[in-house]
Ligand binder design. Structure first.
Ligand SMILES: [Zn+2]
Length: 80
């Protein structure tokens, strides 16, 4: 502690919850970003590309429909 923690924006839903598995969209931040958003990396996000996850978030409110029951709304201090 003692260091100022700078919130990282989730690459999927843009809430300030990045750096791990996002509680707002359940995307797991594995470093994927704009340059390779269409690539299916097959890591913690399985068969989801970042672009697909963003589309799912827009439609389902989660990076994948299977996560719909696991996500929660962004808190005021997490909103982009
Ligand atoms: Zn997110």
């Amino acid at each position: 502690m003692g260091e100022l923690e700078v919130p990282v924006a989730c690459p999927c839903c843009a809430a300030l919850t990045g750096g791990g598995t996002c509680p707002v969209c359940f995307w797991t931040d594995d470093g994927q970003a704009e340059a390779d958003a269409d690539v299916v990396r097959g890591g913690p996000n399985g068969d989801l590309s970042l672009a697909h996850a963003r589309l799912n978030f827009a439609v389902y409110g989660a990076s994948h429909p299977r996560y719909q029951d696991l996500v929660r709304p962004a808190r005021p201090d997490e909103r982009p």
